[in-house]
Ligand binder design. Structure first.
Ligand SMILES: [Zn+2]
Length: 158
């Protein structure tokens, strides 16, 4: 899902949650930022893979990849993945819950933002392929080993 879609829906979601539960402004802002910035793991994946810190090139890399995926048949899409997301999964939510319980309630707000983002990503991926990704980091890690990385598919990415 595109960052601008996450941003738009994140604004609405954080406003509704902050208003409904009478949360502070800072809580609302943390929920919103978390619902968008969890995707930093895509950027770090790019940095790791390409040894390049350019945010602009990273963005273009994923946009090109997204378009390439869209051009594949659904069967082909099922055989490839488009990068590992180490924050996208239940494990991160569990850690945030523990941090919220023992360190600071602010982690609960991050948990809410991340959960909303994952919810959107999981719904969105049904439109792309038949797999069920991004609900467990550990499961994805082992599952992805059996799949091909899209960027390594010859002729697909420049
Ligand atoms: Zn995401």
């Amino acid at each position: 899902m595109l960052p601008r879609t996450h941003t738009f829906l994140g604004i609405i979601f954080s406003l509704v949650i902050a208003y409904s539960f009478n949360l502070s402004l800072i809580a609302g802002i943390i929920i919103f930022l978390s619902s968008v910035l969890i995707d930093v793991d895509h950027y770090l994946y790019y940095v790791y893979k390409k040894k390049d810190w350019s945010l602009k090139r990273a963005y273009n890399f994923f946009i090109v990849g997204k378009n390439k995926i869209a051009s594949l048949s659904r069967k082909q899409r099922n055989e490839f993945y488009h990068g590992f997301s180490f924050l996208h999964g239940i494990e991160t939510l569990v850690i945030l819950f523990i941090l919220g319980k023992f360190l600071s309630e602010y982690f609960y707000y991050i948990l809410i933002g991340f959960s909303f983002h994952l919810f959107l990503d999981i719904i969105h991926q049904k439109t792309i392929h038949d797999r069920f990704d991004k609900y467990s980091i550990i499961y994805d890690y082992f599952k992805y080993k059996k799949l091909g990385v899209l960027e390594e598919m010859k002729g697909y990415l420049a």
